[in-house]
Design a protein around this ligand. Structure first.
Ligand code: ZN
Length: 392
């Protein structure tokens, strides 16, 4: 599927610009018209970090006329292993300003617009509306769904990428022509199941591999050349040095871009993704079991103490057999700790795994080091173990 160019050509290129972009101009598929389209293009990079660094640098070098940068963070020494748009002397500076200076140094003809703010439901539409295309370089699920939903609601295409250790993924999501991110990933993974790069690490150069795919796709969309990565997911394995492609179909049941959408405006993404505190994330890492694992332990008659930390009303709707109800608040107030057995493995669960991760952090710091929680909670249990039970 080829698509028409996203952007109309600018009126003209200056003599200096013709000289600068000559290696593009002599590619027949780009030519003067393609380069003028890039000049007229407005592209927004969400984040000037691992993926944003190569994306901004190559978009600037390619001659994209207007580059927006959304970034609120400052440059830290630990960023420099991969965020190559920043340098040693930028440590402690605003990342947005540092990125803007690098872009200007690469190509002074680029107009840079800085959005030094955290992207949220109140500003995302206003910011996105100013651009033709968005390049998503975010590293957390809440912002990722926010970017997707805003892009779909505004009818904007965006180029998505993600990186972890030696693995990367990239795709183009454009609901008018193909699937959106929710078609691929309808729900965020339970907290603690997917570690971030800060927890698990990332090979620095992986950012270049995935970032360059994102820029390539951006240029193709803007100039209307080639086959865009719409409806296809690129999966890169640096250790095996393999690129695989997976077809992604538009999901007719997608909550956002499906036939009967249930998400018709922006939502609370922190709640949707079950954003948990850093303590809870740390506690959940390595101490998260699946509902199937819990079922196996129960079938094996393992000596476990299963605690449901939800509220009584939720417990009434649906519960996991054998669970004892002790709401989260009783752990935070401290009274519940005395009721924990010393001789049994404690297993916590809640609805989706957010609250139980928080309680897990309390138990770990109280000395119950081998306590675990159930990733996905009772919802995960119903989905995988007892599908006849109701969900809420
Ligand atoms: Zn969708």
């Amino acid at each position: 599927m080829s698509l028409p160019p996203l952007v109309e050509p600018a009126a003209e290129l200056s003599v200096d610009e013709v000289r600068r972009y000559s290696r593009h101009l002599i590619i027949p598929d780009v030519g003067m018209a393609g380069q003028k389209r890039l000049k007229n293009a407005k592209v927004l990079c969400v984040g000037a970090g691992g993926l944003g660094s190569p994306a901004l640098m190559y978009l600037a070098a390619a001659g994209v006329g207007t580059l927006g940068i959304v970034e609120f963070d400052t440059v830290d020494e630990s960023n420099l292993q991969r965020q190559i748009i920043h340098g040693q002397s930028d440590i402690g500076r605003s990342k947005g300003e540092s990125a803007r200076d690098s872009v200007k140094e690469i190509n002074p003809y680029v107009n840079v617009i800085l959005h030094e703010t955290r992207l949220d439901v109140d500003n995302v539409k206003e910011i996105f509306a100013q651009y033709d295309l968005i390049v998503d370089g975010t590293d957390n699920f809440a912002t990722r769904y926010l970017v997707n939903d805003a892009a779909v609601l505004l009818g904007k295409p965006y180029v998505w990428g993600s990186i972890y250790r030696f693995d990367g993924q990239a795709s183009v999501f454009w609901a008018e022509h193909g699937p959106c991110y929710r078609c691929l990933y309808p729900e965020a993974p339970p907290p603690g199941m997917v570690p971030s790069c800060a927890e698990g690490g990332v090979l620095g150069v992986l950012c270049a591999s995935i970032g360059s795919i994102q820029v390539t796709e951006a240029i193709k969309l803007l100039a209307g050349v080639g086959e865009p990565l719409v409806g296809r997911l690129m999966i890169y394995d640096a250790l095996e040095m393999q690129y695989r492609q997976v077809k992604v179909r538009k999901d007719p049941n997608c909550a956002l871009c499906g036939e009967n959408p249930t998400v018709t405006d922006l939502i609370d993404y922190e709640a949707f993704c079950g954003v948990v505190s850093e303590e809870a994330q740390a506690a959940a890492l390595g101490s998260t079991i699946t509902p199937k694992q819990l079922k196996q332990w129960q079938d094996d008659k393992e000596d476990i103490f299963l605690v449901d930390v939800r509220e009584p009303g939720e417990f009434e709707i649906v519960s996991i057999p054998g669970a004892v109800l002790i709401p989260k608040g009783e752990f935070l107030m401290g009274d519940a700790l005395g009721r924990m057995p010393q001789d049994k493995k404690i297993v916590l669960h809640c609805k989706t795994g957010v609250r139980s991760a928080e309680v897990l952090a309390v138990l770990h710091s109280a000395g119950f080091a081998d306590a675990v929680h159930v990733g996905g909670g009772v919802i995960g249990w119903v989905n995988t173990v007892e599908p006849e039970k109701p969900v809420y």
